[in-house]
Design a protein around this ligand. Sequence first.
Ligand code: ACO
Length: 325
Amino acid sequence: MKKVGIIGVGEYLPEKILTNADLEKMVDTSDEWITTRTGIKERHQAAKGEAASDLAFKAAEEALKNAKLKAEDLDLIVVATITGDMPCPSVASILQNKLGAKGAACFDISAACAGFVYGISVAQQFVASATYKNALVVGVEVLTSVTDWQDRNTCVLFGDGAGAVVLSEVKNRGIISTYLGCDGSKLGLLNIPAGGSANPASTETVRNRQHFIKMQGNELFKIAVNTMTRAAEIVLEQAGMTFADVDIIIPHQANARIIMAVAKKLGIPEGRVYLNIERCGNMSSASTVTALCEAVREGRVKKGDIVLLDAFGAGLVWGACVIEW
Ligand code: ACO
């Protein structure tokens, strides 16, 4: 098996910023509530007509440039998203055409906030087995397109963005271990009830606002803390490491309180936790990857560092990954 690592990173956040002050004008909320309960100050919002593939394209171009590769060098494109341009075809197919990555195999992964970790875990197998040489993995969301702007429980949480990485053979250990999991019995805690085959779009589903994200945040909070803690323990054990070996943890950014509770349980000091939730909110599949890309660009992740990715979301799904940078 080949050793596989990340050789290029890129991210894109839409220009428009929606602040907590903007939300105060839309629903009965306050900057104080949002900041203390979630850690979010602002989030980016895609422009009207700006689709997931548009965001993905900008992040992917940046990642390819960073990897010093051309689109034609890609053999595989995997896009993690729950807000694709349309139900069919995949964002990966649309992105392939936009990039001009002729011949690359393409598919999407639906694993919500754990989507990016699922994506690199799957793509890694293709590169490790030498089936493909270069794989592009993108995490992208336009969550504001499925946000109910009348529901203060959810509309203050989500944002839009994209991050992309290129996976290829590396000389160091690269991706050391990955761990994925799911508990499908709790899907009622977080979902978009209509618009699929179980409940196709109709005037009634639109009237009942069933095309928007529904979430029982309070129920999920404790599960998120426990699951992310356990996932980190398992993936590090698989890697033959302890928390002392971790230089930086880059978690899914659903809530700063969840992240800090996980770090505390793991014994990882705050200074070794990367956060972008204050500026970006929760971007589901795009959160972990944009945070990783930003951390690399800011010099928070350096060559030889041990990076721990840890994510949890709708499904319920979770995933963790240890990478030597
Ligand atoms: N502004 C003001 N008050 C609010 C708001 C708001 N925006 N939203 C809720 N409230 C009120 C509630 O109505 C409630 O009032 P009540 O006590 O009078 O009934 C009170 O605040 C407390 O509400 P809770 O839901 O208990 O608030 P909590 O502290 O749990 O915070 C939150 C809510 C931020 C959603 C939190 O529970 C959370 O982050 N949960 C986990 C989310 C998560 O991990 N999801 C999975 C990943 S996301 C994905 O996969 C797409």
